[in-house]
Design a protein around this ligand. Structure first.
Ligand code: MG
Length: 242
């Protein structure tokens, strides 16, 4: 009798192994290879990672268009009251922004919104409030870490005056259609002194003091820091474009 080249048993085992491998996929089937994420060098202690843009005193200008008139003392930039807000010379869209700030010692007569007020404005319009909220009552949606008059912070993680504090902000810019309608609202996540205080919340429009906000279409815009007449200081500001 002539023996077949492949036995019946071999065929059966092969069929069984194919169907078994189809039922239980290889781990490799869900692995993604190819273009790798950009390798960057992180920093210790809140310093800028290697792909960040450092926003030092020279990176800012007055909102009036002239030079930055805030004071600069060894990398510490302080509001020079009455000289108006400052804005980055460069415009930004989606970003990760790190800002360190410090409230000065103020007389007890300064209360409510008139106590260590400043602010970080993403794309010029959307404010993360800076205020002395350590022992200073104000409306909840205007305290430090609020997205002014839109979102109350989840907790009050404030340190006392003269201590350095930090914001780490993840900002997604609003998207607009060609005819100017809103496709998606601006969104923000904020950590205050390392604590989550705003969790990917949506903004209903630009920050406004009175009334309801409403969007107007815009592209990339500068980051602003607010002069609200108090000598709030800033240092170690860096931004990553997303
Ligand atoms: Mg403010």
């Amino acid at each position: 009798m002539i023996k077949p080249a492949i036995s019946f048993t071999t065929i059966m085992i092969t069929c069984m192994s194919v169907s078994w491998s189809q039922m239980v996929p290889e781990p490799r089937a869900t692995e993604v290879w190819g273009k790798e994420p950009l390798k960057i060098t992180p920093s210790n202690n809140g310093g800028a990672p290697s792909d960040a843009i450092i926003l030092d005193h020279a990176s800012w200008e007055s909102v009036n268009g002239g030079a930055n008139k805030w004071t600069n003392d060894n990398g510490v930039m302080t509001v020079n009251p009455g000289t108006k807000d400052i804005r980055t010379k460069k415009s930004f869209g989606d970003v990760q922004l790190h800002v360190e700030w410090r409230i000065p010692i103020l007389d007890a007569k300064f209360v409510d919104q008139d106590r260590g007020n400043s602010g970080v404005f993403l794309q010029q319009f959307y404010e993360v409030q800076v205020l002395d909220s350590y022992e200073n009552k104000t409306y909840n949606n205007g305290q430090t870490g609020s997205l002014y008059k839109q979102h109350i912070p989840l907790v009050n993680a404030t340190k006392p005056a003269m201590e350095w504090q930090s914001y780490d902000i993840i900002y997604t810019a609003p998207r607009f259609s060609k005819n100017g309608t809103v496709i998606s609202q601006a969104r923000m996540t904020v950590l205050h002194n390392g604590v989550l205080i705003q969790n990917n919340v949506s903004l209903t429009g630009p920050t406004v003091y009175i009334g309801a906000p409403s969007y107007e279409a815009h592209g990339n815009l500068p980051i602003y820091l607010q002069d609200h007449d108090h000598k709030v200081s800033y240092r170690n500001i860096w931004v990553r474009e997303l």
